[in-house]
Design a binder for this molecule. Sequence first.
Ligand SMILES: Cc1ncc(C[n+]2csc(CCOP(=O)(O)OP(=O)(O)O)c2C)c(N)n1
Ligand SMILES: [Mg+2]
Length: 283
Amino acid sequence: MYSLNENDEFRLKKNALNIRKNILRLIKADRAGHLGGALSSVEIMTALYFQIMKVDPKNPKWEQRDRFVLSAGHKCLALYSTLAEKGFFDESLLDTYGSFKSIFPGHPDMHKVPGVESNTGALGHGLSIGGGMAMGLRMSGLKARVYVVLGDGELAEGSNWEAAAAASHHGIDNLLAIIDRNGLQIGGRTTDVMSYEPLAERWRSFGWNVREVDGHNFKSLVEAMSAIPFEEGKPSLIIADTIKSKGFSFAEDKANYHYWKATTEEIEQAEKDLAEIERRLVG
Ligand SMILES: Cc1ncc(C[n+]2csc(CCOP(=O)(O)OP(=O)(O)O)c2C)c(N)n1
Ligand SMILES: [Mg+2]
């Protein structure tokens, strides 16, 4: 079993802080964006890009790379911020977000942003895309893996369940799906709007091997992510329990920060919150 050492955990926490800073930088550029689901997925994205996935920022199309699909495409502020932190493009480009010639649309575009593997944004498609990629890699004899991040509200799209059945039927065990279970979707609690709980049992009944972890804890995330396939011949699923808008004190666990039109006061508070995280991390 893989265990994350303290140096690596510290390094990942610094990456996550920088990614949250990048998210705020994007928001400052356009004064608006999908905040909550981006912030809840930061540790998931950090663990993937800075500990688990084999990618080369200088050669984004490297054939043997692992693939990442952000099925919940509205979380793209987290993806752009992570790709910037990883070095896929210059961080200063983030300041163009929202302007006419920016390479960063409101949902990911593989033709514009280096490192983005698939266009997403219409919820419910990423798992089919990722499952197909994983099958293709297997057929080509490549050892690479595919990682797909889903939102918990997104599961209301029925196409996810077709993809889940297909991945199990085809025994796609180079596929890891991660559900960012922040408990909220666009208009309220996921369990009120459209509940798919109990999630773990449902996915197991679809033939997946499932683990539930604290989605803000690097030790738990990395331990689970590095153990795939959890079972040979089966697709793997991590249900990551998270807090929507994690890190911005005024917005945590509130549905109305799903999409944020930032006020000057809130931006100042977000800056203070990040400075406090930094103070606690590095003193
Ligand atoms: C097919 C489709 N229907 C509706 C939407 C509008 N929409 C964008 S985000 C969202 C809620 C998603 O909730 P969740 O998956 O839990 O995302 P998170 O909490 O991580 O932001 C909805 C309904 C969409 N993007 N695509
Ligand atoms: Mg959600």
